[in-house]
Design a binder for this molecule. Structure first.
Ligand SMILES: *[C@@H]1O[C@H](CO)[C@@H](O)[C@H](O)[C@H]1NC(C)=O
Ligand SMILES: *[C@@H]1O[C@H](CO)[C@@H](O)[C@H](O)[C@H]1NC(C)=O
Length: 429
């Protein structure tokens, strides 16, 4: 009886050992089996549809767009998709090696023609970020860029373009209308843009879909390959030869710490020619045909630059030198400056209008940056600006961003443990 039970027990143990070993063997066999051959997956091709292209000699690849809408990288809040280098200037890489400063700029479609004058005056590399809020706008932006690249050698050489689209109205595909491209007059870029603009009445459009300025600034900045970045908006035109003059200046510049070199910005009467030098700019200013940017619209914008002091600075020649440091920094100051791109990013919680550039400059100030005003270089914006009432949508965006700023300034205080402008106390009183 006991013997019988024992035998049964032995059989069970043997069976268990056998099954365990078999299982192990199968597992090993699976592990070391040759990998299954994967079916060949072709690399994704950019979804470009060239419409009605019956100009064989035009060679569509000449206008190659590096844009696959099913790829792209998301912003931190998963609201926008960013695409780097959708078109790259033929000499963009070369220029980034030759020049110390890269001009980073952002533009919506309706101001894109300013790039023509900018690229005439700036011989270094240019990194431009733009935005399309829908299928139609994307098609128009791509067509207009293709047109600029076809008609303007300087743009085709110097500019790398980047684009952003919004998740809210994500385009599925895009079309470059080659038939239409042939019809666009190379000698009238502003007229051509005017036609395009009519499709997208700016106010209606931007009221619904705020323009993500700060995302675009970061996108443009981070695609610069030079050591220094000069961040502007596309309608801010640098004085001629600035890139070369900056090279000489930066070669000798003493500042190795936290400094930003401010370039004074003026606004110009539409009837004058772009001043070829500072003397001419001052002559225009004395006649009321030029004045500090936003002087009448929003004086704090550039006030701390101290234009009176800049205008009386004695320049020995065309070489750049520091005219003076900014001594009266105030909140809402937003100069255009040149700095290594290690300066704080443009905070992407600010979308649309208000607190976009000045919040970044504010952070620089808290972080301990010194602002040094350069001479005799300058930038100009076309048109003497007069104070107008803001459209309600713009007021609305500004109010939303003001609320965001409350959170932002607390974070800045926490990050640097400094409050040089007494911003934390201001609200309590
Ligand atoms: C500045 O430009 C004006 C107008 O073109 C010219 O007459 C003048 O010689 C220039 N001055 C310098 C210092 O280059
Ligand atoms: C501009 O500079 C002058 C002369 O140095 C100085 O008296 C004045 O306070 C400065 N103004 C601003 C706004 O920095």
């Amino acid at each position: 009886m006991i013997q019988g039970t024992c035998r049964l027990w032995n059989i069970s143990i043997s069976a268990l050992v056998f099954l365990t070993l078999y299982n192990t063997m199968l597992t090993l066999k699976l592990m070391y089996a040759p990998a299954c051959t994967k079916p060949h997956v072709p690399a994704p091709k950019p979804k470009i549809i060239y419409q009605k292209c019956d100009h064989e000699d035009e060679k569509p690849e000449h206008y190659f767009v590096n844009l696959d809408l099913s790829l792209g990288r998301w912003d931190d809040r998963h609201k926008y998709k960013l695409f780097d280098n959708i078109f790259v200037g033929d000499k963009y890489v070369l220029l980034n090696g030759l020049y110390k400063t890269c001009l980073a700029t952002q533009s919506s479609l309706d101001k894109m023609d300013s790039l023509i004058e900018v690229s005439k005056h700036w011989n270094g590399p240019i990194s431009l970020a733009t935005f399309a809020a829908s299928d139609e706008e994307l098609n128009s932006v791509l067509l207009y860029i293709t047109y600029l690249r076809k008609c303007d050698k300087k743009i085709k050489d110097k500019v790398a373009f980047h684009i952003m689209i919004t998740k809210e109205r994500m385009p599925k595909e895009y079309v470059i209308d080659f038939q239409k491209l042939q019809e666009l007059d190379c000698n009238n870029p502003s007229g051509v843009l005017h036609q395009f603009r009519q499709q997208f009445p700016r106010n209606k459009w931007r009221a619904k879909l705020p323009y993500p300025q700060n995302h675009l600034r970061n996108l443009a900045r981070k695609n610069c390959q030079s050591n220094y970045v000069f961040l502007t908006d596309v309608d801010i035109v640098p004085s001629k030869g600035m890139a070369e003059a900056l090279d000489e200046f930066l070669e000798k510049s003493e500042c190795k710490g936290k400094c930003a070199y401010v370039v004074p910005t003026y606004e110009l009467d539409e009837r004058v020619l772009f001043p070829p030098n500072k003397t001419e700019l001052i002559r225009l200013a004395n006649k009321g045909l030029a004045r500090p940017f936003h002087h009448k619209v929003f004086i704090y914008n550039q006030y701390a630059t101290n234009f009176t002091r800049w205008q009386t600075t004695v320049d020995e020649g065309p070489e750049i030198h520091v005219s003076h440091p900014v001594t009266n920094f105030e909140f809402l100051y937003e100069p255009f400056y040149i700095a290594p791109d290690t300066v704080p990013p443009h905070d992407e919680r600010f979308i649309g209008y208000g607190y976009t550039r000045n919040s970044q400059v504010y952070e620089m100030y808290v972080a301990g940056y010194e602002f040094l005003v350069l001479s005799p270089i300058f930038t100009c914006h076309w048109g003497l600006q007069v104070k107008r009432t803001r459209p309600p949508w713009r007021e609305h965006q500004n109010n939303l961003n003001r609320k965001q700023f409350d959170g932002f300034k607390k974070e800045i205080f926490a990050r640097y443990n400094k409050d040089p402008l007494n911003m934390m106390a201001a609200r309590k009183t």
